[in-house]
Design a protein around this ligand. Structure first.
Ligand SMILES: *[C@@H]1O[C@H](CO)[C@@H](O)[C@H](O)[C@H]1NC(C)=O
Ligand SMILES: *[C@@H]1O[C@H](CO)[C@@H](O)[C@H](O)[C@H]1NC(C)=O
Ligand SMILES: *[C@@H]1O[C@H](CO)[C@@H](O)[C@H](O)[C@H]1NC(C)=O
Ligand SMILES: *[C@@H]1O[C@H](CO)[C@@H](O)[C@H](O)[C@H]1NC(C)=O
Ligand SMILES: *[C@@H]1O[C@H](CO)[C@@H](O)[C@H](O)[C@H]1NC(C)=O
Ligand SMILES: *[C@@H]1O[C@H](CO)[C@@H](O)[C@H](O)[C@H]1NC(C)=O
Ligand SMILES: *[C@@H]1O[C@H](CO)[C@@H](O)[C@H](O)[C@H]1NC(C)=O
Ligand SMILES: *[C@@H]1O[C@H](CO)[C@@H](O)[C@H](O)[C@H]1NC(C)=O
Length: 806
């Protein structure tokens, strides 16, 4: 078949009821005055202190403290296959290693002094532990934590307010680089995982014994994140120590994987490092692959690496083409097949909440807001984010089925993951919209009331019932509370927000450790007996060579095509994606902004779209109905709403479209990455006679396209909020009447509008031009062209796809 339908998302309900506003509990009544923000910051610091003191009292020197029972917690030595517990614990006081920089950010100098003393005293053989850990988790949590603290203690000019503290002065004065030495030692233990015959690292090693004594069952599947992510920490470690092996091996693995992406430019999520084979053909943005994209973008920033940037932009474009779903007001990225592009999952995962933060960082602010708003709605209903949340229910048999919360919770736990608050932090820094502070206060309140435990904070084991987890992973302090604290640091008191740091091009690692690099750092390198590059190359010649392509950076192209008078010089084409990654968008919601004290969300017509698009999946679990903080939705908290709308703006609830949206593949989907979709540019803007307009798209062939259609049927409301009338439909079909030959085609009562083609959305009023094509016998007449040059498929005229006979 030439084209097939690959996904449906039907959006129902036309008129919206506005949900009632409810009251918040803060003494400051959502004012977000400087005083209020100081209060929120201090409250967050108090939460951190509660967690930290609990750990020091009941957990230290073990890895973690169990929040409900106040016991120390470490690896499961009896059961090696208990990887959930063992992957990030090795009896190495891991809570400390993951939180050195958190202590500095929170200015806990006494605590910092104490743990640095402890590490300094025990640094020799600190990692010589007979423990099997995951290379990825160990790299991002502990190697990253050590390097971050090292950078902060050696390369930041602190403010007098901070250096006035004698403890901190002493720490800075006495620091001799031992954390980097420990990082190097840890790195040497981890790098053994890369020395495989395939140059793909095995996922786990024994810290004391390397690959020995790791059962083969624990080495089978490496995830894409696991293989590619260490490239950032490892490259930095090489640059800071002069020992190149980390950079060498991790870069080789990264590029090897990238060079075996699918024809759709998508990377699968699991690979077997022993057999050198992909183990699945599915991709997405969440678990198992999330930090691959993140670190392509962040490596490009950290090391000024244009090849890494091209990996990010190529991937982002492929995801926009094949994975992105949702309409004007929402964006989700479910898993899709890497070979066929077919939507694979009806769920999205909790880890995917980080994506909007990455979108902010890479300049995709509109996309970031649309992605984030979905997670805000999930948070509204669950006071957390289920590990996997089902966004679509297709129940053909029972359309009237009443859905409950449990129907949409595919994996039911929430271990206090940071990603949603991380993204809210990025969005606040980019937009300064007070809505993100309101989100932060809501999360803070939940930490105080719901997540607080006798010894720290406990996540939720089962969102359906509210059952608690007896675990506080190191990222609760190291990421969740850190991002919350930084969100409230609106007056830029934390050193990370200083102008000195602004000039450093720093990034947060995927574990929220600030990292940066500049030439000065490699000059004052600490040398720990580095292995040089030539001996490494010699060593690696034993390995199966990895295919490292000479990547080319795509450049925007301009080719001329003739206009209707045969004049070619006026019209050009360009890659519709070419501008996307060159500019950083400003707040796109701010158009309707008329007061500094307004949240631009209230002028955004799509604020409630997600509630309706996902109405079957957004249900409160029964225990939250009873004990919800204030029974409210974040964006409908009365105090906030009253303060952050202009007084004459009623809450707008425009109608939502009820047309059907679906996607098709046209031709061979494997050609998708190669099929030209370009945007028309008028080189001389004063030319008026051309019928090809600025922003129209040019698609020379209908082979290898992924198209999102909106079906415009009589009486429905379309996504431009217009009622579809019979006049409109017959206007688009009109030419059929005049052409006698065409009369034989029976008219359908609906027409089609292309909304997106190979990831490129169509601007209002623009059309797509294609070249004349011969009918394909396989179609059996399903595709034809009207006398007005419109393309028709299966009897439905496409409003905005025209054949160019010029
Ligand atoms: C918050 O609102 C309550 C009730 O309107 C009022 O009594 C209180 O003073 C307000 N608090 C602040 C800090 O403005
Ligand atoms: C911070 O909060 C704690 C506990 O609520 C309080 O005792 C302390 O005075 C507060 N500190 C500041 C500076 O507001
Ligand atoms: C773990 O570390 C603690 C404290 O350093 C030590 O007492 C204990 O023996 C260690 N356990 C194992 C199994 O190595
Ligand atoms: C730091 O100490 C100096 C001298 O003791 C004092 O003048 C200054 O005000 C202090 N600065 C801050 C921010 O506390
Ligand atoms: C690199 O190491 C090899 C073997 O250890 C040694 O022969 C060679 O001289 C070294 N090269 C440099 C540039 O240090
Ligand atoms: C390179 O490898 C060869 C054989 O594998 C070995 O004889 C030689 O010493 C190695 N050279 C270096 C610099 O390590
Ligand atoms: C790789 O690219 C560089 C720069 O674009 C070029 O000079 C070089 O010849 C290319 N190498 C190969 C093997 O194509
Ligand atoms: C259109 O603009 C170009 C320069 O932008 C100018 O050279 C040309 O004369 C203009 N043509 C007309 C018809 O105004």
């Amino acid at each position: 078949m030439l084209f097939k339908i690959i996904s449906y998302h039907i959006i129902v309900i036309v008129y919206i009821l506005c949900v009632k506003l409810t009251t918040a509990k803060s003494p400051y009544n959502s004012s977000f005055t400087p005083e209020h923000l100081r209060y929120l910051k201090n409250e967050t610091k108090e939460l951190f202190k509660h967690a930290w003191n609990s750990y020091m009292e009941f957990g230290f020197p073990f890895d973690e403290v169990r929040p409900l029972t106040c016991e120390p917690y470490g690896p499961d030595y009896k059961d090696y296959s208990n990887t959930v517990r063992n992957d990030a614990m090795a009896n190495i006081s891991s809570t400390i290693l993951d939180n050195l920089d958190t202590l500095i950010i929170m200015e806990q100098w006494n605590e910092l002094d104490y743990v640095l003393e402890y590490l300094n005293t025990n640094q020799n053989n600190f990692f010589d532990k007979n423990s099997i850990v995951q290379v990825f988790e160990t790299t991002i949590r502990f190697l990253g934590g050590l390097m971050s603290a090292h950078l902060i203690l050696t390369d930041v000019k602190f403010k007098p307010r901070q250096t006035n503290n004698t403890k901190f002065m002493k720490i800075l004065k006495n620091y001799d680089g031992f954390l980097l030495k420990m990082a190097h030692d840890l790195g040497l233990r981890l790098i053994t995982s890369y020395r495989t015959s395939t140059n793909i690292p095995v996922p786990r090693i024994n810290l004391a014994n390397g690959l020995k004594s790791v059962p083969p069952a624990l080495q089978k599947d490496a995830c894409t994140s696991g293989v590619t992510t260490p490239v950032l920490e490892f490259t930095l470690l090489s640059k800071l120590t002069g020992d190149y092996q980390f950079e060498y091996f991790s870069q080789m693995s990264f590029w090897k994987l990238w060079s075996s992406k699918s024809p759709l430019n998508l990377m699968p999520m699991t690979i077997d490092p022993v057999s050198n084979q992909w183990k699945d053909s599915i991709t997405g943005i969440g678990a198992s692959i999330d930090s691959f994209y993140e670190y392509a973008a962040k490596s490009s920033i950290l090391f000024d690496d244009k090849y890494m940037w091209s990996v990010f932009t190529t991937s982002y474009q492929a995801l926009l083409t094949h994975s992105a779903q949702g309409g004007e007001g929402a964006m989700i990225f479910p898993n899709v097949g890497t070979q066929d592009g077919v939507v694979f999952s009806d769920w999205i995962d909790s880890l995917g909440a980080f994506w909007s933060g990455l979108q902010v960082l890479t300049g995709q602010l509109t996309d970031a807001i649309k992605t984030h708003v979905v997670y805000m709605k999930i948070w509204n209903y669950f006071d957390s984010i289920p590990e996997r949340w089902i966004y679509a229910h297709h129940n053909k048999k029972n359309k009237k089925k009443k859905y409950r919360a449990e129907d949409s919770i595919e994996l039911e736990w929430y271990p206090l993951r940071p990603e949603f608050i991380e993204s809210s932090y990025y969005l606040y820094r980019a937009t300064k919209d007070p809505m993100y502070l309101q989100i932060g206060e809501r999360v803070l309140n939940l930490f105080q009331d719901r997540f607080k435990a006798p010894c720290g904070f406990s996540g939720i084991q089962d969102i359906n019932t509210g059952e608690k987890q007896n675990r506080m992973e190191t990222f609760v302090m190291g990421e969740t509370l850190k991002y919350l604290y930084l969100l409230f640091d609106t007056n830029d008191e934390v050193f990370l927000h200083s102008s000195e740091m602004n000039s450093k091009n720093w990034i947060f690692s995927t574990e929220a450790h600030p990292l940066w690099f500049h030439k000065g750092l490699s000059e004052k390198r600490y040398n720990f007996g580095a292995q040089n590059l030539s001996s490494l190359i010699n060593e690696s010649s034993k390995f199966t060579p990895a295919v490292i392509k000479n990547l080319t950076i795509p450049t925007p192209f301009i080719f001329n095509i003739p206009d209707e008078n045969g004049v070619i010089s006026h019209i050009g084409k360009k890659d519709p994606f070419s501008d996307r990654f060159k500019i950083c968008e400003l707040n796109p919601l701010k158009k309707s902004f008329n007061s500094l004290l307004e949240s631009s969300y209230y002028g955004w017509p799509y604020l409630f779209n997600s509630d309706h698009s996902f109405s079957k999946s957004l249900k409160k679990p029964p225990h939250i109905d009873k004990s919800n903080l204030d029974g409210s939705y974040i964006e409908l908290t009365k105090d906030f709403y009253d303060k952050f709308t202009s007084f004459d703006t009623p809450l707008m609830c425009p109608r939502v479209h009820n047309t059907q949206i679906y996607e098709i593949f046209w031709g061979d989907i494997k050609l998708c990455g190669k099929t030209e979709v370009s945007q028309i540019v008028h080189l001389q803007p004063n030319i008026t006679e051309s019928i090809i307009l600025q922003n129209d798209l040019w698609v020379p062939t209908l082979q290898g396209l992924r198209i999102t259609f909106e079906e415009l049927a009589l009486g429905l409301v379309d996504s431009r909020n217009e009622l579809i009338t019979s006049d409109y439909i017959s206007m688009i079909q009109s030419d059929e009447d005049e052409d006698e030959e065409e009369v034989k085609y029976k008219k359908k009562d609906s027409i089609l509008r292309i909304k997106k083609i190979n990831g490129v959305p169509l601007k209002y009023g623009s059309v797509i031009w294609t070249l004349p094509f011969a009918p394909n016998p396989e179609d059996k007449g399903a595709v034809r062209v009207t006398s007005e040059s419109r393309v028709v498929i299966q009897g439905k005229v496409i409003e905005n796809l025209l054949v160019w006979y010029g």
